[in-house]
Design a binder for this molecule. Structure first.
Ligand SMILES: *[C@@H]1O[C@H](CO)[C@@H](O)[C@H](O)[C@H]1NC(C)=O
Ligand SMILES: *[C@@H]1O[C@H](CO)[C@@H](O)[C@H](O)[C@H]1NC(C)=O
Ligand SMILES: *[C@@H]1O[C@H](CO)[C@@H](O)[C@H](O)[C@H]1NC(C)=O
Ligand SMILES: *[C@@H]1O[C@H](CO)[C@@H](O)[C@H](O)[C@H]1NC(C)=O
Ligand SMILES: *[C@@H]1O[C@H](CO)[C@@H](O)[C@H](O)[C@H]1NC(C)=O
Ligand SMILES: *[C@@H]1O[C@H](CO)[C@@H](O)[C@H](O)[C@H]1NC(C)=O
Ligand SMILES: *[C@@H]1O[C@H](CO)[C@@H](O)[C@H](O)[C@H]1NC(C)=O
Ligand SMILES: *[C@@H]1O[C@H](CO)[C@@H](O)[C@H](O)[C@H]1NC(C)=O
Ligand SMILES: *[C@@H]1O[C@H](CO)[C@@H](O)[C@H](O)[C@H]1NC(C)=O
Ligand SMILES: *[C@@H]1O[C@H](CO)[C@@H](O)[C@H](O)[C@H]1NC(C)=O
Length: 746
């Protein structure tokens, strides 16, 4: 529309001149009018009531200058509107006289307003709109309206052009421009931000905002004209201020958008919490590998984690930082030893960027381990001077966590029971042995058990000194011929080993010490060997031996009997221990060996033919036992046994035996048949007859055999022999014993 009107505006210079003249006439007319209607003295070229109306426009914005064009009376209308700037220069006109041709004409000062202005009559009131307001647009404007009937009306408007300030600039404590992020600041620290605003007319107001909240701030001293300084101080910053946005706003009008600058706050934060994540700080087992986690939160930048054990730095751990950097987790690999018990494990979170940025959590380790034991003899005891009858104490020293629930004592591997009656007193960590005997010598250990396992102590050997005593199981009777050397061995038990031996000879008349040259003693083997040669009858008798050690001299001598050497006694108490089709086993008890080593012979004869079937030797000393193989089945056999030594062969001992028949051996399962009463009677009668016949025949045969006197016909007889001691206590002879030389007559 504006375009249209512009195009219809007369542009010819002549027309312009004409309009100006017409306008002038109008003024004259008006002057005449004022002279006619006004009572006020003439003062100037026109008359306007009151001060000018104010109007505001922002630089580069839009100015609206209102002008009432409504006629004051009826049947009247405005015909011409002219705008003057500063009362003199017409700058815009609007002519409505060609209205009937629908062609209202706008004219504007090309140089001054150009295309920026347009007078709009559609608004109420009508107004001159100016676009892209410039600073020079400020000033007083006059609007003159001419009506068809009414006198001309003038109205004055003062346009103020507001110049907005430049965009604020935020400066930090160090005087540096902050583009987007201020800081980092410390917790509890102060923040001081300065907002610098230049330009602006009228002088702008500078405000600080945090979000929607207006903050208190102070104006600082301005430097050169139109530079404003506004200082915001936030003291005692807290965690909640992290990433808070502070905005500085500068404004000098309520038309245009205020100009602002914003900064976000960056902060360095202390670690807030740190904790060792272990379930209830449970006990640890020694020498097992554990993974212990520690977590810290709240530090910015992320905290570093370190581990210490009693102040000593540990290195074996991993660190992981959460995605948001708020939490740091560390996992320590720890293999505690029992020495770490009661040590303090520390997890330390450190943020070196802040003051006091250290936070710690500690854990006093409870390390469980298998008991460690040390066994020793009571402190007042000399382990090398314990004799039979002494009292002995052991102490089991324990290092354990948790404390043992059980302590066991062992002697040579066998558990010791508390037997106060026998002087064995077991008390947890102490063992007392009253009136020790040599059987209590040996190795002692204590064993303590806790939940981690069984701990074994060292082994302590208890050595009990005792006087030598005779070894009970040794050869006591030596059969020696005259002018023959006998080696008599005297064996003793003793601790410590004997340091000397003494020998003596006792016959019926006297007792004499044997000169040292006659015997050799070996203290290592705790024995002494006497070489003895009987020359006369008087040299037979008893030889005695005593040993001595630091504990003293042997109380009861070892007694050896020297007898004239003779043939051994026959084996006796013989039994058939096994019988098969082709073998026989015989076992007998050996008789006295005549004082010399003996062995045994077994000769087996066929009873019928009298032929030698086998001839076997047994080298065993104590018992005569034989197994004869390769015999014919179903044979009745006579067996002859002898004991043999250097002096000769004993009297024979006779036995009868037989090998099983093949058929006998093969008797399978019996054929079952029914025994009728008649059959039963028959069997009874036949059996009775057979028995009688056999008995009679047997008796007859035995008698005839004895008369014949053949070796294979020897009667089967049990033969006993006297024991060695019987030889010397003839009165105390076993009544069962039949003297060997009378046992069997050939
Ligand atoms: C207005 O003018 C018209 C004719 O032009 C006339 O008829 C009318 O009466 C006038 N009204 C007044 C109030 O003068
Ligand atoms: C602008 O401020 C003036 C006074 O300062 C007031 O009269 C006017 O209503 C305000 N305009 C708006 C749009 O707030
Ligand atoms: C960091 O962790 C702490 C503790 O869990 C929590 O209170 C805080 O809100 C967290 N901060 C952030 C920024 O996630
Ligand atoms: C750390 O732990 C790993 C895995 O448990 C182990 O292999 C390594 O020897 C340990 N290093 C040190 C120095 O203890
Ligand atoms: C010591 O033990 C021995 C046997 O071992 C016994 O004969 C003696 O009476 C005991 N002495 C005491 C004081 O108990
Ligand atoms: C006791 O221990 C010692 C040394 O280990 C060993 O030589 C000795 O034979 C042990 N004694 C017994 C009775 O086991
Ligand atoms: C020596 O022998 C005689 C008679 O046999 C005996 O009475 C005496 O006790 C013996 N002496 C010793 C010390 O054994
Ligand atoms: C005879 O021998 C039997 C078994 O072989 C044995 O039990 C018994 O003690 C022996 N008798 C004698 C006096 O040796
Ligand atoms: C008897 O001797 C035979 C053959 O030597 C053997 O197989 C069998 O086991 C022996 N029986 C007994 C009870 O020793
Ligand atoms: C059996 O053998 C021994 C020697 O080994 C011999 O002295 C003995 O005469 C033999 N007996 C017979 C009957 O041949």
């Amino acid at each position: 529309m504006r375009c249209h009107s512009t195009s219809t505006f007369p542009t010819h210079p002549f027309l312009v001149v004409l309009i100006v003249i017409v306008a002038h006439l109008g003024i004259v007319h008006a002057q005449g009018g004022s002279r006619t209607f006004s009572t006020r003295p003439l003062r100037g070229v026109f008359r306007v009531a009151g001060p000018p109306q104010p109007a505001l426009a922002v630089l580069q914005g839009n100015a609206v200058l209102p002008c009432d064009i409504r006629p004051p009376g009826p049947n009247d209308s405005a015909i011409l509107v002219i705008w003057y700037k500063n009362d003199v220069t017409p700058i815009y006109s609007y002519d409505m006289r060609g209205k009937h041709s629908e062609q209202s004409s706008h004219w504007k000062d090309k140089e001054y307003l150009n295309e920026r202005a347009y007078f709009s009559t559609v608004t109420e009131p009508a107004a001159l709109n100016i676009d892209h307001v410039e600073e020079r647009d400020e000033g007083e404007y006059r609007c003159r309206v001419d009506f068809t009937k009414s006198p001309t009306r003038n109205s004055r408007i003062h346009l103020t052009v507001v110049v907005p300030p430049h965009k604020p600039n935020i400066i930090d404590e160090r005087g540096k421009t902050v583009p987007t992020v201020a800081g980092p600041y410390e917790e509890d620290g102060d923040m001081r931000l300065t907002c610098l605003v230049s330009g602006g007319r009228p002088e702008p107001t500078v405000l600080w905002w945090r979000g929607e909240t207006l903050l208190e701030s102070k104006d600082g001293p301005g430097e050169f004209p139109a530079l404003r300084r506004n200082i915001l101080v936030v003291s005692k910053l807290s965690r909640s201020d992290l990433h808070a946005v502070f905005t500085c706003q500068a404004t000098n009008n309520n038309i245009s958008q205020p100009l602002s600058a914003s900064v976000a706050i960056e902060m360095h934060l202390r670690p807030l919490t740190v904790s060792i994540l272990s379930s209830e700080h449970a006990p640890l087992s020694a020498d097992r590998k554990y993974e212990i986690a520690c977590m810290t939160a709240g530090s910015r930048p992320p905290a570093k984690l370190f581990w210490y054990l009693d102040g000593k730095r540990l290195d074996n751990f991993t660190v992981e930082v959460s995605q948001d950097g708020n939490t740091t987790t560390s996992t320590l690999t720890l293999k505690p030893t029992l020495l770490d018990h009661d040590k303090v494990l520390t997890c330390r979170a450190e943020n070196s960027r802040v003051r006091d940025g250290v936070e710690e959590d500690t854990w006093k380790l409870n390390v469980w381990f298998v008991p460690i034991l040390h066994l020793e003899l009571g402190s007042n005891m000399n382990p090398d001077d314990i004799e039979e009858g002494d009292d002995v104490y052991f102490e089991c020293k324990v290092l354990a966590n948790p404390w043992p629930y059980k302590v066991v004592w062992r002697h040579n591997g066998n558990v010791i029971q508390n037997k106060a009656k026998d002087g064995v007193i077991v008390q947890q960590y102490d063992l007392a042995l009253r009136n020790v005997s040599r059987s209590q010598a040996g190795n002692y250990t204590c064993i303590a058990s806790n939940t981690e396992g069984d701990g074994y102590s060292n082994s302590v050997e208890l050595k009990i000194m005792y006087k030598p005593i005779c070894v009970s199981d040794q050869k006591r009777i030596y059969g020696v011929a005259r002018h023959e050397d006998a080696r008599i061995i005297c064996q003793v038990e003793a601790y410590p080993p004997p340091d000397s031996f003494r020998w003596a000879f006792n016959n019926t008349e006297e007792m004499v010490d044997v000169p040292q040259a006659r015997y050799k003693s070996s203290t290592r083997h705790t024995q002494s060997v006497l070489t003895y040669r009987p020359v006369t009858e008087m040299d037979y008798g008893t030889v005695l031996c005593w040993a001595s050690n630091t504990a003293g001299q042997q109380k009861n001598a070892c007694v050896f009997h020297i007898i004239p050497a003779g043939k051994p006694e026959s084996p006796y108490n013989c039994t058939l221990t096994n019988q098969t089709t082709d073998s026989l086993s015989v076992a007998c008890t050996a008789g006295f060996d005549g004082g010399q080593p003996q062995h045994f012979l077994l000769e087996v004869f066929d009873q019928h033919t009298g032929l030698l079937q086998a001839n076997v030797t047994s080298r065993e000393n104590a018992a005569a036992s034989f197994t004869v193989r390769g015999l014919e089945p179903g044979k009745v056999l006579n067996m002859v046994l002898y004991a043999v030594n250097a002096k000769g062969r004993s009297d024979p001992t006779l036995l009868e035996g037989f090998t099983l028949k093949i058929a006998e051996k093969q008797t399978g399962s019996p054929v079952p048949f029914e025994i009728t009463p008649l059959l039963g009677v028959l069997i009874g009668v036949v059996t009775a007859l057979l028995l009688v016949t056999t008995t009679i025949l047997g008796a007859l045969k035995m008698r005839s055999d004895r008369k014949a006197g053949r070796p294979d016909d020897l009667p089967l007889k049990k033969v006993s022999a006297p024991t060695a001691e019987d030889l010397y206590d003839a009165d105390d002879r076993n009544p069962d014993v039949v003297p060997t030389n009378k046992a069997v007559k050939w």
